[in-house]
Design a protein around this ligand. Structure first.
Ligand code: 13P
Length: 402
């Protein structure tokens, strides 16, 4: 179960002087290619889903595949929402399975950015999920020519960064020091002195957006100055598009599968190059043994109702499902009635939390309190309630050995 706590993962990278690749994926070919690369070179990896790409795929449909890929991996994986625009999108991402979220309010003035980011941090931390904020502005759009979106770079300053991190509580900071999203002519000039000062002022893992197009030497200097996560997409998109064009030129039949043949291979090759260059290759086992596994919790209640009939019980249950499933960190609400007529307890709630932190925040959440006090507890006097954390025998063994 190599989904791991993303804060632990990036702290490890930060302390040991390498960076984890956060690769934006837009299809199953990308997902499989990125995972194949990580397995091949034994690197930790971040599967990143950018909100701006949600018009090309259905986030809700893709997430189960992303989670399945992470869970069957033998290398440590985190799943991250990239450039989330609101508190609502961060909540949705967590409830769908992301264990790291980015809130991008970098277009706002400092005070607005702080306010919006802080709200996301409060919610996400109550779910055990770390948050990446962004300060300063990295122009451009992933996958497109940077010249088409010529926004001004707004550089991060060390002073503002310190205020921002203190007042928001973010776990990682995306900084603007000269990179741009997307394809550039030439190599951008980066302000390493500024990066060094930011790193000295903050002492937390830093993030670089717009990884495409930087030189090997620039990557090394970024990592030497505190960058522990590198966001990368356009280069993957370009090798995939090139492969499609080649398939076409080589006379591939016009069928879809013929045109997309080998995309996984070329995406894997480019991701592998990055993992080696950024120093993550060969780190998988060390990271697995040092990072907390990301384990869900099942909140189980079995109960009987008294004083209401079956129809009223069903109405109460339906209302509970509606209310409880929107509480941050709740992945799923299962409600059931016993199959056996003679079962000691007739009804159950099985509420899946993304992380043990949710046990507490769920219990105190006003929507839970209201539902439990007014609709549930008055009719469910006889009940048993227990929280179960998932146990993974393979991982447990690994943690005991090391
Ligand atoms: P590139 O597309 O320039 O690699 O940047 C990716 C990125 O920063 C995603 O957040």
């Amino acid at each position: 179960m190599p989904l791991v706590d993303m804060k632990d993962m990036l702290q490890h990278a930060y302390r040991h002087g390498y960076a984890v690749g956060a690769f934006d994926l837009v299809s199953l070919d990308f997902l499989e290619g990125i995972m194949a690369a990580a397995e091949r070179v034994r690197a930790p990896v971040i599967l990143s889903l950018a909100e701006s790409h949600f018009e090309y795929f259905d986030f809700e449909l893709v997430m189960p595949a992303v989670e399945a890929a992470a869970r069957r991996a033998s290398v440590p994986v985190a799943i991250h929402l990239d450039h989330g625009g609101s508190l609502k999108s961060a909540m949705r991402a967590i409830n769908l399975g992301c264990n790291g979220v980015m809130v991008d309010a970098s277009h706002e003035p400092l005070s607005g950015n702080i306010q919006r980011t802080h709200a996301v941090v409060e919610m996400a931390h109550a779910c055990g999920v770390p948050v990446e904020g962004e300060l300063g502005y990295v122009p451009g759009i992933e996958g497109e020519d940077a010249e088409l979106h010529p926004g001004e770079v707004s550089y991060t300053t060390p002073e503002e960064a310190k205020t921002y991190v203190e007042q928001t509580g973010v776990d990682f900071l995306a900084v603007s020091i000269g990179t741009v999203h997307g394809r550039m002519r030439g190599t951008p000039k980066l302000d390493f002195q500024r990066l060094e000062q930011i790193n000295e002022a903050l002492g937390i893992p830093l993030v670089i957006h717009g990884g495409t197009g930087l030189s090997d030497d620039q990557f090394r200097r970024l990592i030497a100055n505190g960058v522990a996560k590198i966001n990368y997409y356009t280069a993957l998109s370009d090798v995939a598009a090139k492969q499609i064009n080649e398939n076409n030129r080589a006379g591939a039949s016009s069928g879809f599968t013929a045109l997309v043949k080998n995309i996984r291979t070329v995406v894997a090759a480019e991701a592998e190059r990055c993992m080696r260059l950024w120093g993550g290759a060969g780190r998988a086992d060390e990271v697995l043994s040092r990072c907390r596994p990301w384990m869900p919790v099942e909140h189980l209640i079995i109960y009987n109702v008294e004083g209401i009939d079956k129809v009223d019980a069903e109405t109460m249950i339906a209302e509970g499902r509606r209310v409880l499933s929107t509480i941050p960190g709740v992945r799923e609400v299962f409600t059931g009635a016993a199959v056996q007529d003679d079962a000691k307890y007739r009804y159950t709630w099985l509420v899946r939390f993304c992380h043990p932190a949710v046990i507490d925040s769920y219990r105190k959440h006003p929507d839970h309190v209201t539902f439990a006090d007014t609709l549930f507890r008055p009719v469910a006097g006889e009940r048993i309630s227990i929280d179960y954390q998932a146990v993974d025998p393979v991982l447990a063994e690994l943690l005991i050995i090391t």
